[in-house]
Design a protein around this ligand. Structure first.
Ligand code: HEM
Length: 90
C-alpha cells in the first residue's frame, strides 16, 4: 500500500538523539530519517554521522560531501515529514 509517514515537529526531532533507547533522527529537506540503521555503514564513521542526530543535517552534510545523495541512500529510513511546531493546534 501507500506508505504513511508521521508528522514530526522540530521539538520532537530534537528529542530523537539516539540516546536513552531512542533512535537517532535527522532531517533533510523537510523529510525526517532514522539514521541509526545507517551508522555502522557510514564511511565517515558513526561519530561524524551522530553530529546530525536530533536536528537538521543539511549544513553538516553539505559541508562535507555535497555530491552524496542523502535522499536516495536513506530512502528506506525515512520516517516522517517535518511540520511547524504548532501543527494541528487550533
Ligand atoms: C563520507 C554518506 C551524513 C561526515 C561519506 C561517504 C558517504 C556518506 C557515501 C563517502 C563519500 C565519498 O567518499 O565520496 C552519508 C549519508 C549521510 C551522511 C547518507 C546522511 C545522513 C554525514 C554527516 C557528516 C558526515 C552529517 C558530518 C557531520 C562524513 C565525513 C566523510 C563522510 C567526514 C569522509 C570520510 C573520509 O573520506 O574519510 N558519507 N553521510 N556525513 N561523511 Fe557522510
Amino acid at each position: 500500500g501507500v506508505p504513511m509517514f508521521q508528522r514530526v515537529t522540530p521539538s520532537e526531532l530534537k528529542r530523537m538523539t539516539g540516546r536513552k533507547g531512542k533512535p537517532a533522527w535527522s532531517s533533510w529537506q523537510g523529510k525526517v530519517y532514522n539514521i541509526t540503521p545507517y551508522l555502522p555503514f557510514h564511511p565517515g564513521g558513526e561519530a561524524e554521522l551522530m553530529k546530525a542526530a536530533g536536528r537538521d543535517g543539511a549544513k553538516l552534510f553539505m559541508d562535507v560531501h555535497p555530491w552524496v545523495n542523502w535522499e536516495n541512500m536513506l530512502s528506506s529510513c525515512m520516517v516522517g515529514v517535518l511540520v511547524p511546531e504548532d501543527y494541528g493546534v487550533k
